[in-house]
Design a protein around this ligand. Structure first.
Ligand SMILES: [Fe+2]
Length: 197
């Protein structure tokens, strides 16, 4: 990648940030410095896996109620074994490495359908909250390749910033359950990120 390519990429990212802020699109790095300063202010955060280690490191490039852009450095599989839902729809651009996702679609009658998909560098994974025909979308992420890096672009969050997962209620029937926050998560986060207060 040439210096001009890098400059062009940076301008495009910064313009995305400025567009969300409702400001005009600029074309020089100099006028983008305030946005660049904002972009660099958030420190990387290691995300605990619940077993004393971390499974990814997140760097937030931009955050607003409508749009969050972050880079995820993956260290291993997502530890959540049951399909989980996110508070926001998102798109994941695989920059390096890859992973396998099991997408689980939950119908109102409690039936689920599963789809295995493998993503590699250059791919784009679109994860909506719901399918067009009204099924809730959950997923698990595994078989993460060493050195996997993804760019995650998240849309507006639901009002309660609610995370959920699918539980098997009785044989073959699943239900959506709101995920209760892990009371120890904040301590795990602090242990994995010594600089945090
Ligand atoms: Fe997820």
């Amino acid at each position: 990648m040439s210096n001009d390519d890098i400059k062009e990429l940076l301008i495009r990212i910064l313009n995305l940030v400025k567009t969300d802020l409702g400001e005009g699109v600029e074309t020089t790095i100099g006028s983008q410095l305030p946005a660049l300063a904002n972009l660099l202010v958030t420190k990387p955060m290691h995300v605990p896996d619940g077993s004393g280690s971390v499974f990814k490191t997140e760097v937030v490039i931009y955050r607003s109620p409508e749009l969050t852009i972050k880079i995820n450095y993956w260290h291993g599989d997502d530890p959540r074994a049951t399909p989980h839902t996110h508070p926001w729809p998102f798109e994941s651009f695989i920059l390096h490495g890859g992973y396998t996702e099991i997408t689980t679609l939950l119908s109102e009658d409690g039936t689920v359908s599963k789809e295995h998909r493998t993503f590699a560098a250059g791919d784009r994974n679109v994860v909506p909250l719901w399918t067009a025909d009204g099924r809730r979308v959950g997923h698990t992420v595994g078989q993460v390749l060493p050195g996997t890096v993804t760019l995650m672009v998240c849309g507006p969050a639901n009002p309660g910033l609610e995370w959920g997962h699918f539980e098997e209620a009785e044989s073959g029937v699943f239900q959506y359950v709101k995920t209760s926050p892990d009371p120890s998560f904040r301590d795990q986060l602090k242990a994995a990120n010594k600089y945090m207060r």
